[in-house]
Ligand binder design. Structure first.
Ligand SMILES: [Zn+2]
Length: 238
């Protein structure tokens, strides 16, 4: 049978298509802090990938700590937290902590990974928010410029030679923003976000009031969307 009647029977059995979501952040604990609750929600249906630009080897107050050991510890924490939230893979780009720059190498790394992983959504920092850490701004600008390279035919044509066709993601979410225009309801996954942040043990000593700060933030963002707990973003269609 053809025509609309057959569609009526087919539609209820059609599986909701799975999407790829790509979280690109400067440091190992940034994904959980910015969007751990959203990651947990997406991972129920979709393939989530985390890209960590720097391993955060200078992120310690212990003056005797070895930066190499700090980096290794933080990579392990990032993998464990991501695994807990259901992330498929964590990719480390290992740029120097505190010195992340929106340079050609980083833009090309991101463009190649965007073409390869074909994300529906990309999440990064909001480069126009009032951040203290310059790595967040540099990462976000590199993501925006990397998307431009990823979607256009005539940028860096060697990408075509290695089989990476142009790809245009559908949406860009800028996280921990001063002006959210889009909020994900994380009421059901808030506890998972807290647990995932607590896996970053090397960082918790430097953030003694982190639970209170996270709680206040997700309540404030949640209120914008009418939810108990939420993660706010500035959403751009690209
Ligand atoms: Zn950070």
């Amino acid at each position: 049978m053809t025509g609309p009647i057959s569609l009526v029977y087919i539609r209820p059995y059609m599986k909701k298509s799975s999407r790829s979501r790509l979280i690109i952040m400067a440091h190992p604990d940034d994904p959980e802090l910015a969007c751990g609750g959203s990651i947990a929600r997406w991972a129920e249906h979709d393939s989530v990938f985390n890209i960590i630009v720097s391993c955060g080897e200078k992120g310690t107050w212990n003056k005797n700590a070895s930066p190499l050991l700090v980096a290794s510890k933080r990579e392990q924490e990032a993998k464990k937290a991501a695994q807990f939230l259901g992330v498929k893979k964590v990719i480390f780009l290992r740029h120097p902590d505190g010195e992340v720059a929106t340079m050609k190498t980083l833009k090309l790394e991101l463009a190649a990974l965007i073409r390869k992983l074909k994300p529906y959504t990309i999440v990064t920092h909001d480069p126009w928010s009032r951040y203290f850490h310059p790595d967040h701004r540099a990462t976000a600008h590199a993501v925006i410029e990397g998307i431009m390279i990823a979607r256009e035919w005539h940028f860096y044509q060697f990408l075509l030679e290695i089989g990476l066709q142009p790809y245009r993601p559908k949406e860009l979410l800028l996280g921990i923003t001063d002006q959210p225009n889009y909020v994900n309801d994380i009421t059901q996954t808030y506890k998972k976000k807290i647990k995932a942040i607590s896996i970053h043990k090397s960082q918790l000593a430097q953030l003694p009031d982190w639970k209170k700060r996270v709680h206040n933030h997700v309540r404030k963002d949640g209120a914008v969307g009418g939810y108990k707990f939420g993660e706010g973003f500035y959403k751009l269609h690209i």
